[in-house]
Design a protein around this ligand. Structure first.
Ligand code: ZN
Length: 131
């Protein structure tokens, strides 16, 4: 297992990339809209992992609501797994509360699923399986 990325909620990707790209010297590897989740996503590789900057496409999207409640900041931590369905089955068996019982398609065409923060000490966890 590895950390696949750390998701950071921002009001504007442009502003956020000014820090990560211009001031810290990371590069934006990809940028895309994930319509299903209502976010624009910029991926910046850092070592073996990525910083994932998120900008809501609409105020009522999950990231839009997060920004309203808590302001910009760390939104989730994503763990890379080889078999997301097996990982979800194992978590469910152990009584962990899942947001997604079945994987959906996330940024980069990966399979993703979210684990509820009430089961993870308040940290929204994302599982990622690369295709
Ligand atoms: Zn993510």
């Amino acid at each position: 297992m590895k950390i696949h990325h750390i998701g950071i909620a921002t009001r504007q990707l442009k502003e956020a990339t000014a820090l990560w790209q211009d001031a810290l010297g990371l590069e934006v590897d990809s940028m895309e809209d994930v319509g299903e989740q209502g976010v624009r996503v910029a991926m910046l590789p850092i070592g073996e992992t990525h910083i994932e900057l998120l900008e809501p496409l609409t105020p009522d999207s999950p990231v839009g609501k997060f920004l309203d409640k808590r302001g910009p900041g760390i939104h989730h931590v994503a763990i890379r797994v080889d078999d997301i369905r097996a990982a979800l089955g194992q978590l469910k068996e152990k009584g962990v509360r899942l947001i997604d019982e079945t994987p959906r398609i996330g940024a980069g065409g990966c399979f993703v699923a979210f684990i509820h923060p009430s089961s993870t000490n308040g940290v929204l966890l994302e599982l990622v399986q690369q295709q």
